[in-house]
Design a protein around this ligand. Structure first.
Ligand code: GTP
Ligand code: MG
Length: 151
């Protein structure tokens, strides 16, 4: 099954939204296979967001991202990369639909509380950046046969 990297940013953690955000992924039917709480260094933030290094907001983005604890997670499930982005909503919370995480819980683009991988390649790269292989837990959940059906 597909896997994606999801991070609750320092603003999401400080605002007490960890369980609110996690429950949306969990109730959808996605499976948590790795999780840690960590304060990323600025250097690490720059690695994580390296695609954006030419953007004007890059330095501020990396400052905010390294300003406090982040919840780093890997979620697994059919279509989780694309659908995870749907659950998260548009980058700018002013444009995110109600019902999405950013639409319901955030107001401005620089404080949009959550990150999600934007494609299969970035998902693989980000999971490798944040987790050692042995930190990913392979297990089957009882719900899977009800979520996906068997035979
Ligand atoms: P992530 O899931 O965090 O990667 O967001 P995204 O994929 O929806 O957007 P993108 O990768 O383009 O940008 C990464 C992050 O940079 C966003 O989540 C915002 O926090 C921040 N960002 C993007 N555009 C702007 C901007 O115009 N101004 C500011 N201040 N921040 C921005
Ligand atoms: Mg992005």
């Amino acid at each position: 099954l597909e896997r994606t990297f999801i991070a609750i940013k320092p603003d999401g953690v400080q605002r007490g939204l960890i369980s609110e955000i996690m429950s949306r992924f969990e109730r959808k039917g996605f499976k948590l296979v790795a999780i840690k709480i960590t304060v990323p260094s600025k250097d690490f933030a720059q690695k994580h967001y390296h695609d954006l290094k030419t953007r004007a907001f890059f330095d501020v983005l990396c400052d905010v991202f390294s300003s406090g604890p982040v919840i780093a997670m890997v979620w697994e499930g059919e279509g989780v990369i694309k659908y995870g982005r749907k659950l998260i909503g548009a980058t700018d919370p002013q444009k995110s639909e109600p019902g999405t995480i950013r639409g319901d819980l955030a107001v401005v683009v620089g404080r949009n509380i959550i990150h999600g991988s934007d494609g299969p390649e970035t998902a693989k790269d980000e999971i490798n950046l944040w987790f050692k292989p042995e930190e990913l837990v392979n297990y089957s959940s009882n719900a899977e046969k009800w979520l996906y059906g068997v035979n």
